[in-house]
Design a protein around this ligand. Structure first.
Ligand SMILES: [Zn+2]
Length: 311
């Protein structure tokens, strides 16, 4: 369990953050002004989302959440949506289109509660077995956009940015210009390695450039602690180095699992979940045109479980 907190970033903007880099503990954003509130992402479980909503009710008792933005469709950012189901739920067209490829709460429950007969199941039991996904009714977006979308929350102007594919098939960031704050969703991780579900690592680098181009000074990642421009730039540059190294291995014809082990040895650093580097290397391999690179969620988790076991 973690101790999440609603951290004020300005009189109208808050970040919901966890003191954990474990899988599933995602950050959220809140903008509240003149009785209206916009929530960026919900939590993995109903219990976690109720805790978030109670903290919001305490901080801004007069505000009604009229808009929810989903940064992408992973369960740790969307499975609490039903608890704010009266709000308009906005995401990008690419993010919404990917919904049907996500694991459902029942699938993840079965995988993480069953006998760990396979490497994937053992990985799921270890990282997701502690969550209760019971009672979740999947609640999807009611509005989509492409490019960018300007909204006002009470008197506060915000901008949604369609980052395209990167972490997921379609990522969305929330920019609050008057505060110089961007909620990045999982385009940025702090304290743990990036996961690349989309099959494109170079797009993750491009997404960081888009985030930096906002001119914002505070970046709230999807997971981990808040950071500044230097922190985001460091993250971007490291992804870029991993892309170059992995691409070189792909061109040499090196086998994917071996490349992932070499990249892990060189780039694990002190970040949590170095096995996620498998997904980054697989992304670079896919972009380099290597045939039959694992690309489904299940295959990528299999690869991560293999890399974790190869330590
Ligand atoms: Zn996440």
């Amino acid at each position: 369990m973690t101790t999440p907190r609603l951290v004020p970033l300005s009189p109208t903007t808050w970040a919901w953050t966890h003191d954990s880099t474990a899988w599933g503990y995602s950050n959220c954003g809140l903008v509240a002004s003149d009785g209206e509130a916009l929530l960026m992402d919900t939590q993995f479980t109903l219990e976690g989302t109720r805790e978030l909503l109670a903290a919001i009710a305490g901080a801004v008792p007069d505000a009604t959440i009229t808009t929810v933005v989903n940064s992408h469709q992973n369960g740790d950012h969307t499975w609490g949506n039903e608890l704010v189901g009266d709000a308009e739920i906005i995401t990008s067209e690419a993010s919404a289109a990917h919904r049907c490829h996500e694991m459902t709460p029942d699938m993840l429950s079965a995988l993480s509660r069953g006998e760990p007969a396979t490497a994937v199941a053992a990985y799921a039991v270890e990282h997701f077995g502690g969550f209760d996904f019971g009672g979740i009714t999947l609640t999807g977006p009611t509005r989509t956009f492409t490019g960018s979308l300007e909204l006002t929350v009470g008197r506060t102007a915000v901008r949604l940015l369609d980052l395209g594919a990167g972490h997921s098939a379609g990522d969305v960031a929330l920019h609050v210009p008057e505060d110089g704050v961007v909620f990045t969703g999982d385009a940025l991780f702090r304290g743990g390695h990036m996961i690349v579900w989309s099959g494109s690592l170079s797009s993750c680098v491009t997404a960081c450039d888009t985030l930096l181009a906002t001119g914002a000074t505070t970046f709230v990642p999807g997971h981990g602690e808040l950071t500044d421009r230097a922190g985001l730039t460091h993250f971007r540059d490291e992804l870029s180095r991993i892309f170059e190294t992995a691409t070189a291995y792909a061109r040499e014809g090196r086998e994917l699992d071996e490349a992932a082990r070499l990249v892990k040895a060189a780039h694990a650093g002190d970040l949590a979940h170095p096995e996620r580097l498998f997904t980054a290397v697989a992304g670079a391999y896919q972009e380099a045109g290597v045939p039959d690179v694992p690309s489904t969620t299940f295959e990528l988790v299999e690869g991560m479980a293999r890399l974790a076991a190869a330590a």
